[in-house]
Design a protein around this ligand. Structure first.
Ligand SMILES: NC(=O)c1ccc[n+]([C@@H]2O[C@H](COP(=O)([O-])OP(=O)(O)OC[C@H]3O[C@@H](n4cnc5c(N)ncnc54)[C@H](OP(=O)(O)O)[C@@H]3O)[C@@H](O)[C@H]2O)c1
Length: 274
């Protein structure tokens, strides 16, 4: 399962998994865009098994409907690539009233994973791959109000730090199972994520894209952590360029991590074992 699979890094990930013969669920917020992308994969690889399902990660209701449908239809989930993400350069809110970037990149990915947890646990050697970013290493999370903060780069780096903290936390929670959870820094890619409309983004975009890689190149580390043999992958760790990326001090701030996890459980209503 790949979220945000209709374009960019998610599309390349889904395509490569389909090429290798896996049954791929492409989770997209637009069925139309998802089906168009699935058709491209099917036209490139005859026999590709790709299925599009709808979930808007900016809506708890949509995530709940999607997860419930999935659990009715399937009884296993070998791989969940939490790839969907946004960089919202203007202040926007999710359906539930959270700042958009934090809401989608962290809360959406958290909720979808928690709701699919029963089927992940049922599946032998399942993996959860959280597409984070090295931006998280510089993230600052206001623990008195983490989900209603400012937009733009502050929100983006905070959302990716949250994703890293949760990766470490979830790996610890699941340490007695055979599930592995990792964070991935895909590298800077020339994708739609930097297509913000604000004046600042018009200036920043050319700088961001100057040394950007293709989405296909950016998908490589996520694919590596998805498919590498078990003994090559260390649960709770982060990977970049097909290798381990040591966390900085901020990522290993245990007390802040615990505080965020508690707030996340309260906000989403799910956590530990649900
Ligand atoms: N590109 C980079 O330089 C870079 C660097 C570090 C990390 N990343 C991370 O890599 C991941 C993929 O990004 P990308 O660069 O491939 O960007 P992208 O081309 O913009 O793709 C993002 C995907 O997420 C989906 N998405 C956005 N909001 C959603 C929502 N509310 N519900 C469901 N899906 C939603 C998008 O759907 P729509 O097409 O409908 O918008 C799209 O499929 C993100 O998590 C991003 O933060 C990217």
């Amino acid at each position: 399962m790949v979220t945000g699979a209709n374009t960019g890094i998610g599309f390349e990930t889904a395509k490569e998994l389909a090429k290798k013969g896996f049954n791929v669920i492409m989770v997209c917020r637009s069925m139309e865009k998802g089906k168009d992308s699935a058709r491209i994969i099917e036209s490139e690889f005859s026999g590709a098994m790709v299925h599009v399902m709808k979930a808007d990660l900016a809506s708890f209701a949509s995530i709940k409907t999607f997860s419930s449908d999935y659990l009715k239809m399937y009884d296993r989930l070998d791989l969940l690539v939490n790839n969907a993400g946004v960089f919202s350069d203007t202040h926007q809110k999710t359906e539930d009233g959270f700042e958009m970037t934090m809401g989608v990149n962290y809360l959406g990915n958290y909720l979808i994973t928690q709701l699919l947890r029963p089927v992940i646990l049922k599946t032998e050697k399942a993996r959860v791959i959280n597409i984070a970013s090295k931006a998280g290493f510089h993230g600052k999370i206001n623990l008195t109000n983490p989900f209603h903060g400012p937009s733009g780069f502050k929100a983006y780096s905070a959302s990716k730090l949250a994703l890293i903290w949760w990766t470490i936390h979830l790996a610890k929670e699941l340490k007695d199972t055979d599930v592995k959870v990792v964070a991935v820094s895909p590298g800077r890619g020339a994708t739609n994520i930097w297509k913000g409309k604000s004046f600042m983004m018009k200036i920043v975009r050319p700088i961001m894209l100057r040394k950007a890689m293709s989405a296909a190149k950016c998908s490589q580390t996520g694919l590596y952590t998805s498919l590498a043999e078990d003994n090559k992958i260390s649960s709770g760790s982060m990977y970049e360029n097909l290798t381990l990326l040591p966390y900085n001090k901020r990522c290993l701030d245990y007390e802040s991590q615990q505080a965020l996890m508690k707030l996340t459980r309260e906000i989403t209503g799910v956590g530990i074992g649900t």
